[in-house]
Design a protein around this ligand. Sequence first.
Ligand code: 9D3
Length: 231
Amino acid sequence: MRFHIVTIFPDFFTGPFGYGVVSRAQAAGLLEIHIHDLRNWTYDRHRTVDDRPFGGGEGMLLKPEPLFEAVEAILPERTARKKTVLLSAQGARFTQPMAREFAQLEDLLLICGRYEGVDERVAEHLADYEVSIGDFVLSGGELAAAMLVDAVARLLPGVLGDERSSRNESFGEDNEGILDCPQYTRPAEFRGWKVPEVLLGGNHEEIKRWRRAASREKTQRLRPDLTGGRN
Ligand code: 9D3
């Protein structure tokens, strides 16, 4: 799979993509990440990418021409397996089912918003999706794009070891319905805090029951929204 990222901060991504799963997947040729500087599609002396909002208001917006030119140059043909995503605070929430859908694509182009926003014609006529990563205010789409790439990359065939991916499938790792159960490693007692006794014995039926109950309790406490309850 190929990712393309259009940004005014191309150097931003050397950090997030230089480590762990995403870095190794790139080295193994399982995915490509192409970073594009939006200013490459400006033609004035100051390489202007922003302008003031019609109707007045605070701050500046990303103007449409460089974004349309960039996307049309990077993905000249539009097909069912080549999609464009605008990362914006006004988008639909990015979720694990969306990550699975994106993992089927050949090319995914991510547009990173900046300033106070992006001219709405980009969302309406250029991007296939407009997504937000959560209900909080970021200063731009770059961190959001890095998170989206990470979430999609780990779903690509071969990116996680065979052992892990098949195990996760059968155990339903990508279960959005409930939180993972609490887990412990050695020592069995740390600063007086003991690992639950049941996990130290070898009764696998009992362990399974404990884990299910612990998952439910933790979900109820920290994510009542997942249980059909209120926030
Ligand atoms: C405080 C400014 N807001 C009201 C005028 C609007 C606003 C504009 C631009 C809020 C955030 C941003 C920049 N954010 C993103 O580009 C962004 C984002 C986010 O803020 N939250 C969650 N996901 C995303 S994806 C891109």
